[in-house]
Design a protein around this ligand. Structure first.
Ligand SMILES: NC(=O)c1ccc[n+]([C@@H]2O[C@H](COP(=O)([O-])OP(=O)(O)OC[C@H]3O[C@@H](n4cnc5c(N)ncnc54)[C@H](OP(=O)(O)O)[C@@H]3O)[C@@H](O)[C@H]2O)c1
Length: 261
């Protein structure tokens, strides 16, 4: 049975790429989106692209002292959150010996700490049936040269969602993660532009681009909207989802091509 999609969604990283596409997709389903990111102009651009209501909150997800801005916006919009999408992320490409405490902390604060502490701050506003979605990554299980902080933060993020899934299931709050890769976004552009001597995986991404095998963020937006708004409760948290798994394509992609926007 199709779920009725209404309520509030908090989407981080909503100023570009995957977060922007999810925000726009959810807003088209009468869901009020609280769009979170650091660049206010980028978030306003997302709001302009959306058909529905998108509230802009310029916030660093790695800084819990800023979360009151998000909570106030939620309370202004009615107080209860139905969906949380953790999309904010940074990829810092640096050789192992160049990692500094500052660069390490920035990666962890954005990619891992923010996902935990923002979730904890939102819990009082989540109710039975609310859904949390982590943007997953192959880098959680695949080591990449000069990408240690990214890979470690993504591995931590995977285990964080597993722990949240276990702890919150008793309260009827559903948690899962979904791998979207490889998605043609600013983050991937930076990875493709990197010196292959430093970051050899740049060559793999460039080859995938040449072969037309990069996925549009708008396609990921459709996938995530389906997951959040239409997948039944008992299936939602039952596994880690992967956009490349074609067993679910007929439900949200139809006859369209995964690699064509
Ligand atoms: N592209 C891929 O192939 C791929 C594959 C697997 C997973 N992912 C994951 O997907 C997520 C979205 O990335 P993307 O590919 O869509 O790249 P993107 O366009 O660069 O999006 C990343 C977003 O995160 C926001 N952000 C970064 N640091 C932040 C902070 N401290 N606080 C709040 N927002 C912050 C950025 O906006 P501001 O700079 O304005 O804050 C930006 O809008 C990331 O977690 C990434 O690791 C991407």
């Amino acid at each position: 049975m199709m779920r009725t999609a209404t309520g509030i969604a908090v989407v981080t990283g909503a100023g570009s790429g995957i977060g922007r596409a999810v925000a726009v997709e959810l807003s088209s389903r009468s869901i009020t989106v609280i769009a979170v990111g650091r660049r206010e102009d980028a978030l306003r651009e997302t709001a302009k692209l959306a058909q529905g209501r998108v509230c802009v909150v310029s916030t660093d997800v790695g800084d819990p002292s800023e979360y009151r801005k998000i909570l106030s916006e939620i309370d202004r919009e009615g107080g209860k959150v139905r969906y949380v999408v953790h999309a904010a992320g940074v990829s810092i490409i640096e050789p192992l010996r160049r990692i500094t405490p500052e660069s390490w902390r920035r990666a962890m604060a954005t990619n891992l700490d923010g996902r935990l502490f923002l979730t904890l701050h939102l819990l009082p506003r989540l109710e039975k049936g609310s859904r949390i979605l982590f943007v997953g990554s192959n880098s959680a299980t695949r080591p990449r040269k000069s990408s240690t902080s990214y890979c470690v933060s993504k591995a931590g993020s995977y285990m964080l969602q597993e722990c949240l899934k276990m702890e919150l299931s008793g309260e009827g709050i559903l948690v899962t993660s979904a791998i979207p890769s490889p998605v043609h976004t600013a983050l991937l552009e930076d990875q493709m532009a990197a010196d292959p001597e430093v970051f050899p995986d740049a060559l793999e991404y460039r080859r995938e681009q040449r072969e037309g095998r990069l996925i549009s963020p708008w396609t990921v937006g459709r996938f995530y909207r389906w997951l959040l708004a239409e997948v039944p409760d008992d299936e939602y948290s039952a596994r880690q989802w992967n956009i490349q798994d074609n067993s679910h394509h007929r439900f949200w992609l139809g006859n369209d091509d995964l690699f064509r926007p």
